[in-house]
Design a protein around this ligand. Structure first.
Ligand SMILES: *[C@@H]1O[C@H](CO)[C@@H](O)[C@H](O)[C@H]1NC(C)=O
Ligand SMILES: *[C@@H]1O[C@H](CO)[C@@H](O)[C@H](O)[C@H]1NC(C)=O
Ligand SMILES: *[C@@H]1O[C@H](CO)[C@@H](O)[C@H](O)[C@H]1NC(C)=O
Ligand SMILES: *[C@@H]1O[C@H](CO)[C@@H](O)[C@H](O)[C@H]1NC(C)=O
Length: 392
């Protein structure tokens, strides 16, 4: 088997236009279209809540919960969870192409099947045709994944999955035959650890490793903001010409999500330093913002001077003053990493939203793209550690 490092181009799309498009599809009136994004944010947040097991809105059928009940189990997948950009790539299932989000916060790979009329007709997703695949193997194992505003259901089967020119044989995949919400992409491919899998399948990365497709058992994300090339997902290695200085490594403390120990999170030049004794954090490419315990988020938002908008239950800042805001700081392995206000403030046309989002009941932190953007992050599957360095 030929060993190599594959670089997969990952495209970034502006969700603003995708959102407007999606909302107009739903035929909302002009009046309600005035703030489609804020409404969307609420939906997104609910999906995020649900993804991490906080689901007051979860009314849909429960999925089998492997969970520890502490909110650690994934019972959900966020379908639309990006605030300004979304990272996606193209996968190929025995000749059929799908756009998927690469999500380090879940462990299943699924796409719509031809049985999902809603996916095809309403959402315009590509759907999988079993009959066109030579390697399709029927396993007939039902699965369902619940998220804030709905759920997907279907069957787990296996097939040959190609990413770039990496060909994974016998990949267990979820084929969705019913869905209640549209996603910008056809599906999701999870890159967290096997324990989180709802489809009870070996996740793609672990399969690539088992099938000796990777030079090294690692993958890395290089997310560029503000450029259309987006960045890349690198499977099988790290590339030192994509980052400045050495990588700071931190051990994975729980191999379900990519969980690690964060020393603190705070705002530069303020007394606001949350979890000064350290707390649990999860690095999640499938989330855009930084989510944390409600009380801590209030402190961070107050420290940057954000205003609470009670209508939407969100925090906003003055768009004209973004550059004057202080950096956010995150401590990892005795180093301090900064997040610039231009990165942690999400601009939606005339509304500027704080990237610090509360999730009531959450006792740990979820660091999403806001943290990963402009930096290079390495997910070392074998040594169970995460490496971070500023991107070139
Ligand atoms: C759709 O998936 C469910 C399992 O979630 C299964 O019971 C059902 O038979 C499937 N329908 C089709 C048409 O494949
Ligand atoms: C590393 O990235 C640089 C810059 O994008 C590229 O030119 C080079 O080919 C990459 N190296 C490998 C081994 O992929
Ligand atoms: C990380 O884990 C490795 C292997 O388990 C161990 O040798 C190392 O000391 C750990 N590093 C830290 C900073 O805890
Ligand atoms: C990201 O990179 C910038 C420099 O480009 C650096 O200042 C910052 O600390 C890095 N942040 C993280 C979270 O690694």
């Amino acid at each position: 088997m030929d060993l190599r490092v594959i670089i997969l181009l990952v495209c970034l799309i502006a969700l603003v236009s995708a959102k407007i498009h999606r909302f107009s599809l739903k035929k909302r009136s002009r009046r309600t279209q005035k703030f489609p994004h804020l409404k969307q944010l609420r939906i997104d947040r609910n999906e995020l809540r649900s993804k991490f097991g906080f689901t007051p809105l979860r009314t849909v059928n429960a999925v089998e919960e492997s969970g520890d009940g502490s909110g650690g189990a994934v019972i959900a997948e966020a379908l639309v969870n990006s605030y300004d950009t979304n990272i996606y790539g193209v996968i190929n299932i025995d000749g059929q192409e799908f756009t998927v989000q690469f999500d380090t916060g879940s462990s299943d790979c699924w796409v719509p099947s031809r049985h999902c009329t809603f996916c095809k007709k309403t959402c315009g997703n590509s759907v999988f045709q079993e009959s066109k695949s030579k390697h399709f193997r029927r396993m007939n194992r039902p699965f369902s994944i619940t998220y804030g505003s709905g759920s997907v259901k279907g069957m787990v089967h296996s097939d040959v999955l190609t990413i770039g020119d990496l060909k994974i044989e016998n990949q267990g995949l979820g084929f969705v035959n019913s869905s209640t919400t549209c996603s910008v992409f056809d599906g999701i491919c999870g890159m967290a650890f096997p324990a989180l899998s709802r489809t009870k399948s070996t996740p793609i990365v672990q399969n690539m490793i088992a099938q000796n497709l990777l030079k090294q058992p690692v993958f890395s994300f290089y997310m560029k903001s503000g450029s259309s090339d987006g960045g890349s997902l690198i499977l099988g290695g790290t590339n030192s010409s994509l980052h400045y200085g050495p990588l700071t490594y931190t051990n994975v403390t729980e191999d379900k999500y990519w969980t690690f120990h964060m020393d603190f999170i705070g705002i530069h030049d303020s007394d606001t330093k949350r979890c000064p004794l350290g707390c649990k954090a999860i690095l999640d490419s499938g989330t855009s913002l930084i989510a944390g315990p409600a009380a801590d988020i209030v402190h961070l938002n107050e420290a940057i001077g954000a205003q609470y908008d009670s209508t939407y239950d969100l925090w906003t800042v003055n768009c004209l003053e973004i550059e004057k805001l202080p950096n956010a700081e995150i401590g990892i392995e005795d180093k301090v990493f900064y997040i610039k206000p231009q990165t942690y403030v999400i601009v939606y046309e005339d509304i500027c939203l704080s990237g610090f989002m509360d999730m009531r009941g959450l006792t740990y932190w979820i660091l999403g793209d806001v943290f990963m953007r402009d930096n290079y992050s390495v997910f070392d599957v074998e040594n169970k550690r995460i490496g971070i360095a500023p991107a070139v």
